[in-house]
Design a protein around this ligand. Structure first.
Ligand code: C2E
Ligand code: MG
Ligand code: MG
Ligand code: MG
Length: 274
């Protein structure tokens, strides 16, 4: 193979790799059409308080592909981040979430619900991000205090001052922030006191192993204690069993999200009176 390489550079490619690259290129081409073809949907997963009442929802993106069926965000968000499609896609999510908030604002049974929206670092770093979020809130008439943006620790690895500045500008207008997948990133904890955060979300990997693993118990107990002392809300993600819920309650956690309370579902299937 090495001998022919000079004549034919393609022989460097392993055929399996080539198949993967082609599949990826097709997925990418399809993803570019997802917005114009109206193939994106939002699903909503309830977040509940200690008494089981729904206090908010997380908006989770779904791609209804004409041939592949429902594509999971794990399969296309990383791709959208690489090719910057996450900027228009992420904005579509924020607009859809704002429209939902505005629709709920008129009914006393839903007016206090929050909608949490995941924001990827690439989208957050886009120069027009703050203005576009504020424009979406204003155009929809959504109450800004009910919109919660979920960011991850990776956002604070670089450009901390810039990220902080953007957060402060949105916070000034009432928009709140959750730190998603908390405990899985690499950042130091010092940013917790510098950034205008409202909520920590305990990553589901810790919750999953909670009752079998001493280290997970110690980590979760510490995150709950930390959030209390920093006066941040804390939400446990990925709660699937009553035993996990009971442990979390006993350790001071007051808000939960997970299959135990409801899977992400289309709006029509969302049960708000749990
Ligand atoms: P995430 O923000 O941490 O969302 C929670 C994920 O955990 C969701 O997966 C949800 O369906 C799943 N989940 C919730 N409860 C349970 C449970 O009890 N057990 C288990 N095993 N899983 C549970 P999903 O919807 O597949 O989303 C995966 C990730 O994709 C999200 O993780 C988020 O990082 C990203 N994502 C989803 N929608 C968006 C979006 O609109 N924008 C961006 N940038 N990222 C998004
Ligand atoms: Mg999230
Ligand atoms: Mg998460
Ligand atoms: Mg995640």
């Amino acid at each position: 193979q090495a001998k022919s390489a000079g004549r034919n550079a393609l022989s460097f490619f392993d055929p399996e790799m080539q198949v993967r690259l082609q599949a990826r290129a097709r997925l990418e081409a399809d993803l570019r059409l997802a917005l114009p073809r109206d193939e994106l949907r939002l699903h909503f997963q309830p977040q509940v308080d200690e008494g089981g009442a729904v206090c908010g929802v997380e908006a989770l993106l779904r791609w209804q592909h004409p041939e592949r069926g429902m594509v999971s965000p794990a399969a296309f968000i990383p791709l959208a981040e690489e090719n910057r499609l996450i900027v228009p896609i992420g904005h579509w999510v924020i607009e859809a979430a704002c429209r939902q908030l505005a629709a709920w604002a008129g009914d006393p049974r839903t007016a206090l619900l929050t909608v949490s929206v995941n924001v990827s670092p690439r989208q957050f770093r886009d120069p027009g991000f703050v203005e576009r979020v504020l424009a979406a809130v204003e155009a929809s008439g959504a109450p800004p205090g009910r919109l919660k943006l979920e960011v991850t620790e990776s956002l604070f690895l670089e450009e901390r001052d810039e990220a902080r500045d953007k957060m402060l500008r949105l916070r000034e207008r009432g928009i709140t922030f959750a730190l998603d997948d908390f405990g899985t990133g690499y950042s130091s904890l010092s940013y917790l006191k510098r950034l205008p955060l409202d909520q920590l979300k305990i990553d589901q990997s810790f919750v999953r192993d909670l009752l079998e693993d001493e280290a997970s118990m110690a980590i979760v107990a510490s995150i709950i204690a930390l959030s209390h002392s920093l006066k941040l809300e804390v939400v446990a993600e990925g709660v699937e069993s009553e035993a996990q819920r009971a442990w979390l309650v006993a350790h001071g956690c007051r808000a939960f999200q997970g299959y135990l309370f409801g899977r992400p579902v289309p709006l029509e299937a969302l049960a708000l009176d749990a």
